[in-house]
Each structure stands twice: as structure tokens, then as C-alpha cells.
Write a protein that binds this ligand. Structure first.
Ligand code: UDP
Length: 359
């Protein structure tokens, strides 16, 4: 049986990998060895996803976290190389745009092992984002580039990928499969809506964790001012990311919205299903809002998911409290038709078959 190694490390990667791991296990044609770099390690940022989504226990957990980018990526590179040397897989699968993605891809490439990059071709065109650097470098050395959108394909073409020795395909967004599959289970298993005494359509779901926002107190304060403005009209619930929490605590910043601990995926899917709209700087959540037919206010200067903005399902507000509050008001008065096939279907199966074809 051919062997692949899957590298994950951060919350959104557990969710994406869960989809493919399930298909791999069902088909029983490939052996998958799961490596967790340890980038996210709190139980509510990591273990809860493995439990809920029944992702196989990682064979290796490297426990690499809370370091600067260089040290973290370097140590991951070293440790992943050791694992690849021992496991000798045919191919390595990496997801998204974290340091774990780049380290996994780089380790594999230097050992002449094939790489499949899931969520390839996304660009923010903001080279100050660590994620943008990770994406560009990972894409360049990947053999199979699974693109979620037409725009992602276009981005790669513009960078000359037609001339590189790799396969670029549009598979759609793997998170769509995750939302579809796990929403059914989530509505049975999660009691968060009643636990928090929330009413349908009467609360706003917010998450803020992107480095460009957390690294600037000014931006952070402005975004939270916008959220406080919304909160005067509609309750704002924020599952708070550990990085954001640490910064608010360190600077003794308090805001009048409802903070909760990071939640598992089932609770998140229920919050998405019942909320009025979403305010976020997360990449994944922008699309999950769309899959749940919810508008999204993007607290960033740009987005990789430009289709959402072009179709008016989302609006870019940056760290601007006035724009955030206005967008909230505007979305209360529009009736959006979310029945647009922007991100594909049965994406996990497509990616699985593409991987099989290059093994
Ligand atoms: N998420 C979650 N619980 C939370 C916050 C986020 O399950 O408390 C999920 C969210 O639904 C999405 C993923 O985590 O699927 C997004 O991760 P994150 O925002 O950390 O990363 P990004 O998508 O920006 O890379």
C-alpha cells in the first residue's frame, strides 16, 4: 500500500484534514501517517477537533509552538525531515498557509518527495502577512496544486505556473465538505445556543486573531470599538483566540461584548447557523458564513476570498469602526441570495482522486 504523510498543526488544518482523512480511511487504498507539529496545542484549539471530527490520532506530535516564525519553521523543518526519512512516503499533503504548511512542503521537496498543496493559489497580495509568504513558497514547490477557486488558478497562471513542472487543478474549497458533513452532527451534539441563551438571528458572531490586527493596538482597539457599537444594537459573541486574549490581558483592555473560550467545531457550526451575521479577520470563517447563508464583515484590508466581496456576500472594512458599524446596518436591510455555487462540491473526493493519480 502506498504511503502518504499529512502535516497539520493549526486549527483550520485539522478541519480540512478531517475531510480527506475520512475519505482515505474509507477507501483503504493508501496508508496515511498524520503528523501534528503542535503549532496549536490548547485542548480547545486542537484535541477537541480530533475528538469531534474523529480524526485519527497523530502518529507524531512534535509539540513545536510559541516561538518566533524563524525558530518555529526551522525546528519543524528539522523534525519533519527526520519523520520523512523514517516513513519514506510517496507524497506529503499540506494544507493552507501556516508555518507547518511551509515546513512540511520544504522538508518534502528537499527529499524529492511529492507534495500536494490543498488550498493552493490563494493570494492576499499583502507580503506583510506571514501566511502570504507561506502560501507563495509552498505553491512554488508543490507538485499537485488543489485550488479552491477560479481566481486561485488565475493567480497561479499570473505567476507563471503554466511553465512549471506541476499539476494545477480547481477542486473547490474543502471546507465546504466539512461544513456540509459536520453540520448535521453538530445540530445533534452541540447545545451552545441554549447554553448561552441565544436567539436565532439575534446575535453577531465575531472572531479576531490575525497577526496584522493583534500586532497593532490601534487596529485592535478600533475593531473592538466597532464591535462595541454593534453590541449596542445586537449582542456580539466572540470565541476569543489565545493570541488576542493574551494581548487584551497584557494591555488591560476591556470591551463590552460577550467573550467566550474558543469553541469546538460543532459549537462553531451551530453559532454560524443561528447568528445574524459574522465579523471576522479569519479566512475560513468568511466562507463558513457564506455556506451558512450569512453575510460577513471582514476586519482586514483585503481578502483571499474575493468572490464573496464581488458578489456582495462580504464587505471589506479593515480596522475601521465606522465602516464595521455601517456594514452591520446595511446588511440588516438587504436580502441576499446565497444560492451561488462559488466554491465547488464534493471537493474531498476530487482531491483524493487527484492524489491517487499522481502516486
Ligand atoms: N473555529 C472554531 N472555533 C473557534 C474559532 C474558529 O472551530 O472558536 C473554526 C472556524 O469555524 C474555522 C476555523 O476554525 O473553520 C478557522 O480557523 P482560524 O480562524 O483560526 O484560521 P484561518 O481560517 O483564518 O486560517
Amino acid at each position: 500500500m502506498k504511503k502518504i504523510v499529512t502535516i497539520v498543526g493549526a486549527r483550520p488544518q485539522f478541519i480540512k484534514a478531517a475531510v480527506l482523512s475520512r475519505i482515505i480511511a474509507q477507501n483503504n487504498e493508501i496508508e496515511e501517517v498524520l503528523v501534528h507539529t503542535g503549532q496549536h496545542f490548547d485542548a480547545n484549539m486542537s484535541a477537541v477537533f480530533f475528538d469531534e471530527m474523529q480524526i485519527p490520532e497523530p502518529i507524531y506530535n512534535l509539540g513545536i509552538n510559541t516561538m518566533n516564525h524563524g525558530a518555529m519553521t526551522g525546528l519543524m523543518l528539522q523534525k519533519i525531515e527526520e519523520i520523512l526519512d523514517k516513513e519514506k512516503p510517496e507524497l506529503v499533503v499540506v494544507y493552507g498557509d501556516t508555518n507547518s504548511t511551509l515546513a512540511g512542503a520544504l522538508a518534502a521537496k528537499k527529499m524529492n518527495i511529492k507534495i500536494a498543496h490543498v488550498e493552493a493559489g490563494l493570494r492576499s497580495f499583502n507580503m506583510e502577512m506571514p501566511e502570504e509568504i507561506n502560501r507563495i513558497l509552498t505553491d512554488r514547490i508543490s507538485d499537485l496544486l488543489c485550488c479552491p477557486t477560479k481566481n486561485a488558478i488565475k493567480n497561479l497562471k499570473q505567476e507563471g505556473f503554466d511553465y512549471f513542472n506541476c499539476k494545477v487543478i480547481q477542486t473547490g474549497d474543502i471546507m465546504k465538505d466539512a461544513v456540509k458533513f459536520y453540520s448535521v452532527i453538530a445540530s445533534e451534539k452541540s447545545s451552545i445556543i441554549t447554553d448561552l441563551n441565544l436567539e436565532q438571528n439575534k446575535f453577531v458572531l465575531a472572531t479576531i486573531h490575525r497577526q496584522e490586527n493583534t500586532n497593532s493596538l490601534e487596529k485592535l482597539k478600533t475593531i473592538f470599538k466597532g464591535l462595541e457599537g454593534i453590541n449596542k444594537k445586537m449582542k456580539v459573541i466572540m470565541p476569543i483566540h489565545p493570541r488576542t486574549k493574551a494581548i487584551l490581558e497584557k494591555n488591560n483592555l476591556k470591551f463590552n461584548i460577550t467573550f467566550i473560550q474558543p469553541v469546538g467545531y460543532f459549537d462553531m457550526l451551530q453559532l454560524l447557523k443561528y447568528c445574524n451575521l459574522v465579523v471576522t479577520d479569519s479566512g475560513g470563517l468568511q466562507k463558513e458564513a457564506f455556506y451558512n447563508k450569512k453575510a460577513c464583515i471582514i476586519a482586514r484590508q483585503e481578502t483571499e476570498w474575493i468572490e464573496l466581496v464581488e458578489n456582495n456576500f462580504a464587505v471589506i472594512c479593515g480596522a475601521n469602526s465606522g465602516k464595521i458599524e455601517n456594514a452591520f446596518e446595511r446588511f440588516q436591510n438587504v436580502d441576499l441570495n446565497f444560492d451561488k455555487p462559488l466554491f465547488g462540491n464534493n471537493v474531498g473526493d476530487k482531491i483524493y482522486n487527484e492524489i491517487l493519480s499522481i502516486l
